[in-house]
Design a protein around this ligand. Structure first.
Ligand SMILES: *Cc1c(COP(=O)(O)O)cnc(C)c1O
Length: 460
């Protein structure tokens, strides 16, 4: 082996090395993700069908399975410069604490006020809405990171932003709500009494504290019924994964500078956008047969879409107003148990990642939340960053893999995505610190119940 270059704690790219194009991994996939279907007719949806809901340029990106590289608009590049490039950190301190010969790197996306990678796509979606001459955008938010990111992007571009926030989070995370309002967004607890679907859900489930699927339905209804508004979504969709490739492209460029090639790439998976974004350029090499990587998705044991879900067409929302997507899903009625604290609670998974997983290009594992918080604490104490619970799923498995190397003596190179910070998750941390955190794994019977609601779709 040749003499290794000394690798700094943080590899920063220069500002002019921020990617100028996103990479569309679909262009290298033999089996493309399945098309979205109309929830009424169950027919594939084209550009015109999607126009009432989404912005025109974003629909083009959603449907484009062939263009390998897509230009990042100059205005978006300029916005990216406020908080990018994000650092790629060599976790020397964690390696030392673990006593592992593995070399661990993480790409940290929490260096902006929204505290997560979600801003990478929020600014793009707000930009195309503005360019189309729209007045504003509507969306849902669960824990609040996406709503915060979209509020920031909308404020910057001077468009209106209406956020439907899952009621339980609205009440439990008042500070998230106030951040959004500070950036000018209107925030409504969901289900509300402002929409038809909200009224219906409230009538059917009195006292419900809401769910992401229900908030999505409300946001879509408002977008389609209000002149000059469109709906935007922070994960799952192909376009979002495309925008998030800025993470992987930067990470790869930084590693390439030092001639480092990861053996294992790990990311947490909720709707799949950060994981998809991180792995895309590496996956491209794998799909083209140029290189091989072990790629691992980590999901909560309490919301196991990949590992226990079905690969099938399903509704993306509770009200069944959104297009249907073919994905690994737990059923659109699935709601993680009440003690689940760590985010990543969406019932479905990105159609791109679902297809790649189905075709054997990535692995998936689950983690239970107390183990996730133990890893979060361990990481925080040596690396300094207070990680988001979502991100800590990736930390958990990175530590597991590094400890395996300790046993075998292998010097594997591990890269993981550290998607955000956990400052707004202190209620969950408190539970953990007090020893009150419990784990819950859904039973097969519970999952069967929710699979029973999957729509019957003839595969074409
Ligand atoms: C939203 C979020 C996630 C999960 O979303 P993906 O679309 O799966 O990436 C992970 N980490 C943080 C910090 C988030 O805010």
């Amino acid at each position: 082996m040749s003499e290794e270059k000394i690798i700094p704690y943080k590899i920063y790219l220069n500002e002019d090395e921020i990617p100028k194009q996103w990479y569309n991994v679909r262009s290298d996939m033999k089996n493309k993700p399945a098309p979205l279907l109309n929830p009424g007719t169950l027919k594939p949806m084209g550009f015109e069908d999607l126009r009432p809901v989404f912005c025109d340029e974003l629909i083009k990106q959603e449907l484009d399975d062939t263009t390998p590289y897509v230009d990042i608009p100059q205005e978006v590049q300029d916005f990216y410069k406020m908080y990018r490039p994000s650092p790629l950190v060599r976790a020397y301190c964690l390696e030392k604490a673990l006593g592992t010969p593995a070399k661990i790197y993480y790409k940290f996306e929490g260096n902006n006020t929204s505290g997560s990678h979600k801003l990478n796509s929020a600014i793009v979606q707000a930009y195309y809405a503005k360019k189309q001459g729209l007045k504003g955008v509507t969306t849902e938010t669960g824990a609040g990171q996406w709503g915060t990111a979209l509020s920031m992007a909308s404020a910057y571009l001077g468009i209106d932003c209406k956020v439907y926030m899952v009621k339980v989070s609205y009440e439990q995370k008042p500070f998230r709500r106030e951040v959004m309002r500070t950036y000018g967004a209107s925030v409504t607890p969901s289900p509300s009494m402002e929409t038809e679907i909200g009224k219906k859900i409230n009538a059917e489930h009195p006292g419900t504290t809401g769910s992401l699927g229900c908030a999505i339905s409300e946001a879509v209804e408002v977008a389609t019924k209000t002149e000059g508004y469109r709906y935007v979504l922070g994960s799952v969709l192909n376009q979002v994964l495309l925008h998030q490739t800025v993470i992987g492209l930067e990470a790869k460029a930084a590693l390439d500078k030092y001639g480092v090639t990861p053996d294992i790439i790990i990311g947490c998976a909720g709707g799949g956008s950060n994981l998809g974004g991180l792995i895309s350029p590496f996956m491209g090499e794998k799909l083209r047969g140029e290189k091989d990587y072990r790629i691992i998705a980590v999901e909560p044991a309490s919301c196991p879409s990949f590992t226990r879900g079905k690969f099938a067409y399903d509704f993306c929302d509770t009200g069944m107003v959104c297009p249907l997507a073919k994905m690994y899903t737990l059923g659109s009625n699935f709601i993680p148990s009440a003690n689940h604290a760590g985010g990543l609670r969406y019932h479905g998974m990105s159609p791109i990642l679902s297809q790649l997983y189905h075709d054997g290009y990535l692995e998936a594992v689950t983690a239970e939340q107390t183990a996730v918080f133990e890893s979060a604490q361990r990481f925080a104490r040596v690396e300094g960053i207070l990680p988001a619970p979502e991100s800590s799923h990736a930390i958990k498995v990175a530590i597991d893999e590094a400890l395996k190397c300790k046993e075998t003596g292998e010097e594997k190179i591990i890269l993981f995505g550290l998607t955000g910070t956990g400052y707004f998750d202190m209620v969950a941390y408190q539970k953990f610190n007090d020893g009150d955190m419990t784990d819950y794994i859904p039973t097969d019977e519970e999952l069967e119940k929710s699979f029973a609601t999957l729509p019957k779709v003839e595969e074409i």
